[in-house]
Design a protein around this ligand. Structure first.
Ligand SMILES: C[S@@+](CC[C@H](N)C(=O)[O-])C[C@H]1O[C@@H](n2cnc3c(N)ncnc32)[C@H](O)[C@@H]1O
Length: 222
């Protein structure tokens, strides 16, 4: 699908897909949204609740690699060991990644090499950098299986209007099954039907203040 590069509210870039009328990140700020929703309300929240400091994180939708990069920085700063697995059904090409120039907007220039590495590493291979193990899978979320459950799940699918199947019970049940008891599911989404489905499946759901431009977002604990 044809993608257009856009500049979001905090100056960081993102991609827009015409056919889906959908962006990869919030128009109000790509980095601001990722950092708030997934790092602050997901990763940091989990860390505050757990004395064991070695989370396994699963990301639905690698996209530009922004969430993975910010997680690496967070893990590095907090000196914790982290395993990060991300699945992507429609990988961006290296040309698309380079044209986006996300690196120019990323914090911590000292660690920018990790952003390059996460895109260069082969699908299915593990990249080990400091205390961070990163693996990306070029698979459909609905088909992935793992031997071990995850502690944190970043649910970063396209919005309901663009990809409604990702917000139905079948997909959310899959999230539940991928998590440990006590595991944290987090997403920018605040849709009522999604919240009700999460609750029906067995999650304990919180409505949190959203990132800039969004009133609310959801966090759910298994
Ligand atoms: C909102 S974007 C994610 C942005 C990304 N997390 C980032 O930091 O750039 C949604 C991503 O999910 C991917 N995706 C959509 N359906 C999928 C599926 N069934 N399985 C795996 N990935 C999927 C899309 O290709 C896209 O990269």
């Amino acid at each position: 699908m044809q993608k257009k590069i856009i500049t979001t509210g905090d100056g960081s870039p993102s991609l827009y897909i015409d056919q889906l009328n959908e962006t990869y990140h919030s128009k109000h700020g790509a980095i601001t949204e990722s950092d708030y929703v997934y790092i602050k309300k997901g990763f940091a929240h989990w860390l505050g609740l757990n004395s064991q400091k070695a989370p396994r994180i699963f990301e639905m939708g690698l996209g530009t690699g922004l969430n993975a990069y910010l997680s690496f920085i967070f893990a590095f700063k907090h000196k914790i060991f982290c395993e990060y697995v991300s699945v992507e059904k429609f990988p961006l090409s290296i040309h698309e990644i380079q044209s986006l120039k996300m690196k120019n907007a990323l914090p911590d220039t000292y660690h920018h090499h990790f952003f390059d590495q996460l895109h260069e590493v082969s699908w299915g291979q593990t990249l080990s950098q400091s205390n961070f193990l990163f693996k990306k899978l070029d698979q459909d979320f609905f088909n992935v299986t793992f031997d071990q459950c995850f502690d944190i799940l970043f649910y970063d699918a396209f919005g309901y209007h663009a990809q409604s199947e990702m917000w139905q019970e079948k997909a959310l049940q899959k999230c539940y099954d991928l998590l440990q008891t006590g595991g944290v599911w987090v997403s920018y989404c605040a849709k009522g039907s999604v919240r009700r489905s999460l609750e029906k499946i067995g999650f304990s759901v919180e409505r949190l203040e959203g990132p800039p431009g969004k009133r609310e977002m959801l966090r759910a604990i298994k």
